[in-house]
Design a protein. Structure first.
Ligand SMILES: [Zn+2]
Length: 468
């Protein structure tokens, strides 16, 4: 048996997922993600370590930009094969790639002007990594496949997608390689979701696998869970309502925004909060929510029941989708308590900045954080208790209530990762731990080895493994 697996990204770091599988003269790329860590972004500009035209197919686990964000570059540089993924991933990835391309174009223009003004040169060229045209050129290659459907990707190589329970359409991918009457199975975990989350089904589990590549984003941590997300949310909505202010929720477009709507819908149905207006003020989140509506076949039991009873969280009385910038500005003139869910999730851009400007100085308003805030972002400094913050070039005192609800994470933590991988009935030949900061990779690798006695590898960036 001759299979070569190369670790070209998400190796001792969390973004830029990219794994090259070579067997039977076939070359497959599992994920083609963008590096997002500042110190690793230079890798986005480096040439691919293989000619993109030599690649037979891309298998995409899900639509997060750290898994799909380099596809337009791959296509511009010659890739012409198919990009296999689930129908929902295909639709969401196209929304996300267009947005990423827009950001690249804006960024390049902004840097060009600044460098011109300051008469200096930056470390990267002042051109976008790829354009919206590059992103669009990749769309015809997307080839939707359903969960559980066996996809022949080449001579003696087939792939099957399974629900990962991470975001809508997310997958774990099993690849079976056949050589001289023998089979080997490789399982790529993608991002492992969690059990009992709203809307989505639980992560798929497997009984038998030869090789597994497992993520470890939270491999060194246990999630801090609130007693009840609904309870915390109800308290925040009710107290802000009594104070007469607004609730501003900086949120990611994919999954998090839909989960907030799910919880708000539930609280409204149970009459635990007053009937306030809820505005989803993000064209990207609105487009993603449309994909959710089109793919109700992916919902878990509870969510399917809500849809059957016509109690959809994407369609409740008081929910308004805000498309244009003018409509968004008009929200400032509404009196009485409203909730505005807007991007970006860490307040680094998007419409949420305008809503922060009008609400952060109001003691009766609440800024509610529902996601991870990376160091160096505006969201992080607000969460960390900054007394004054700079938004859109102006300084503002922070007088609003700052609230945070934990428990929304869509990544399995250390114990959930262990639960997922130990559903295997027998030891795999080897497990590769990837997609985590170096510390998380090492800690989870040791933890997994101690708990199972299995062969565990923690491949470095660029490492190659020859599988038998
Ligand atoms: Zn993800």
């Amino acid at each position: 048996m001759q299979i070569k697996l190369s670790f070209l990204g998400a190796a001792h770091n969390v973004t830029g997922s990219r794994f090259l599988l070579e067997a039977n003269n076939i070359r497959l790329l599992v994920d083609c993600g963008l590096y997002q860590e500042r110190k690793l972004q230079y890798r986005n500009w480096e040439p691919f370590s293989f000619p993109p035209s030599s690649l037979d197919a891309v298998l995409l686990t899900h639509a997060h930009v750290d898994h799909c964000g380099l596809i337009p570059k791959l296509v511009r540089e010659g890739f012409r094969g198919r990009i296999y993924c689930t129908p929902a991933t295909s639709e969401i990835a196209q929304i996300i790639l267009l947005d990423a391309a827009h950001l690249q174009e804006e960024d390049a223009e902004f840097k060009r002007r600044r460098h011109e003004r300051e008469n200096r040169k930056g470390p990267f060229p002042e051109i976008p990594l790829y354009t919206t045209d590059d992103a669009r050129a990749s769309f015809p290659l997307f080839t939707p496949v359903n969960y559980q459907e066996v996809v022949p990707v080449g001579e003696g190589v087939r792939a099957t997608f399974y629900d990962a329970g991470h975001v809508l359409g997310s997958s774990m991918i099993k690849i079976t390689v056949s050589q001289q009457g023998e089979n080997r199975t490789l399982l790529f975990s993608g991002d492992v979701g969690r059990w009992d989350k709203p809307i989505l089904r639980d992560p798929s589990v497997f009984k038998e696998i030869d090789y597994a590549v497992i993520e470890s984003t939270y491999g060194d941590r246990i999630h801090q869970e609130p007693a009840d997300i609904g309870e915390s949310l109800a308290e925040i909505v009710n107290s802000t309502w009594r104070a007469g202010g607004n609730i501003i929720v900086p949120s990611f477009a994919l999954q998090r925004s839909q989960e907030i709507l799910f919880h708000m819908n539930e609280l409204l149905l149970d009459n635990r909060i007053p009937h306030l207006m809820v505005f989803l003020d993000s064209p990207m989140a609105i487009n993603v929510t449309e994909v959710f509506k089109r793919h109700s076949e992916l919902f878990d039991k509870e969510m399917s029941q809500l849809i059957r009873q016509r109690k959809s969280p994407f369609d409740f009385p008081g929910l308004k989708m805000v498309q244009t910038a003018d409509e968004s500005k008009a929200l400032n003139h509404i009196s009485g308590t409203i909730m505005i869910i807007a991007g970006s999730g860490m307040c680094t851009g998007g419409r949420v900045k305008h809503h922060l400007v009008t609400n952060i100085t109001r003691p009766d308003s609440t800024i509610l954080f529902v996601g991870y805030q990376a160091v160096g972002t505006l969201g992080r400094s607000i969460v960390d208790g900054a007394k004054r913050v700079r938004i859109l070039g102006q300084h503002y005192p922070v007088r609003a209530r700052i609230a945070q609800i934990h428990g929304f994470s869509s990544h399995a933590d250390r114990d959930e990762l262990l639960r997922w991988i130990t559903s295997l009935r027998s030891a795999p030949r080897r497990v590769f731990v990837v997609h985590g900061e170096s510390k998380a990779v090492k800690q989870f690798g040791r933890f997994l080895r101690a708990n199972t006695g299995w062969k565990i590898s923690m491949p470095e960036y660029g490492a190659e493994a020859f599988l038998e």
